[in-house]
Design a protein around this ligand. Structure first.
Ligand code: AVI
Length: 345
């Protein structure tokens, strides 16, 4: 069944959504406005290309092809993040759910919700019927999650929200008591200023006593980091190149994709992987909807994504400054990845 609905929260209107309901599963989809989405993409690309160094917003990596490629990255042997975090989650899910008590479980940037199954099962086992609200900009991944999770665990009711983090912040007030998940070290894709405003919105939306589970990739040997973002099968390279392919598809950019290389390298001073698209030949990049065009020189690099790596003591201090106290800090044996259970005080 498909019906148009408006989603209202304590903080006001979330907007028009399509509510697709099917045997206890719901998918709240932003009313698709393809023209507005293309305009937003075009504006963002033009602004990023005018900046120095030139950069693109990594949010646009996740169209349906990008979502599919990212799922494949997570299965690459060099990309240790997903399996390490999943193992920590599997070992600690019950302990986490005992600590939080019964809560609505929200997930920001849920993708296909692969790592969340253990936690949902533990919550349902301990506390009974469980409400899970995954939020993602990638519609395909969200649909997959809405189908797969109740099929695996009948005690879990799913309401998927097709939208951005900002859409999800508006839900915080109406879901308390809640546990919000932000896994996979996605926080590392935000620079310091963006992360600061993210934490302000999160802490501002959470009620006292609400919980937040944060997955963070930790600083480690450079070789391991560089390998994780340069997998031998070339899936990460395809993921980077897909952003330029998306520009051809949606902005009529006119790029020769085989003249754009994926370059990912660790910047030890800033403790982050920087992923660039390097132009091996000069090219003109058009932003069709705006009637603009940019000349990119040979060997010029455009920043596509940053993936920050963290040290626990300064991170915990930063979170405390935002009113989020770590109640439990879990890592793996090699201390490659951290899973932090935070409480809003
Ligand atoms: C989603 N995010 C945390 C991934 C990361 O590790 O920064 C995205 C990614 N980019 C290349 N590989 C994975």
């Amino acid at each position: 069944m498909l019906m148009k609905t408006q989603c209202t929260t304590n903080e006001g209107m979330l907007g028009d959504f399509l509510l697709a309901a099917n045997s206890g599963r719901h998918l709240m989809m932003r009313m698709p406005d393809r023209d507005a989405e293309t305009d937003e993409f075009a504006e963002s690309v033009a602004a990023g290309l005018a900046a120095r160094p030139r950069r693109l917003d990594c949010r646009f990596l996740y169209d349906s092809e990008g979502g599919r490629l990212f799922e494949s990255i997570c299965r690459q042997p060099e990309y240790y993040l997903t399996r390490t975090e999943s193992a920590i989650m599997a070992a600690r899910a019950e302990e986490i759910c005992r600590y939080t008590g019964p809560v609505t479980i929200l997930e920001l940037g849920s993708g296909s919700s692969g790592k969340t199954g253990q936690l949902l099962a533990a919550h349902a086992e301990l506390h009974g019927p469980t409400h899970y609200v995954p939020v993602d900009v990638c519609e395909n991944s969200l649909r997959q999650a809405c189908r797969a999770i109740p099929a695996r665990c009948s005690e879990v009711r799913v309401t998927g929200l097709h939208g951005t983090y900002e859409d999800a912040f508006a839900l915080f007030g109406m879901t308390s008591p809640a546990l919000t998940l932000f896994l996979g070290s996605t926080i590392g894709n935000l620079d310091e200023d963006q992360a600061d405003s993210f934490w302000r919105s999160v802490a501002g939306g959470m009620a006292t006593g609400d919980f937040f589970l944060l997955g963070v990739d930790l600083v480690k040997d450079e070789q391991i980091l560089n390998a994780a973002y340069n997998d031998a099968a070339g899936v990460t390279a395809a993921f980077t190149r897909n952003l330029f392919a998306r520009m051809n598809r949606e902005l009529d950019a006119g790029l020769e994709l085989d003249k754009i290389e994926h370059v990912a390298r660790y910047n030890p001073r800033r403790e982050r992987i920087e992923t660039w698209g390097r132009f091996t030949a000069p090219q003109s990049l058009k932003v069709g909807p705006l009637g603009q065009s940019f000349s990119i020189a040979r060997n010029e690099e455009i920043l596509v994504e940053i993936s920050r790596k963290f040290r626990l003591p300064p991170l915990l201090e930063h979170l405390r400054d935002h009113g989020l106290i770590a109640r439990k800090t879990f890592t793996d044996q090699q201390q490659w990845f951290g899973l932090l259970l935070l409480e809003r005080i």
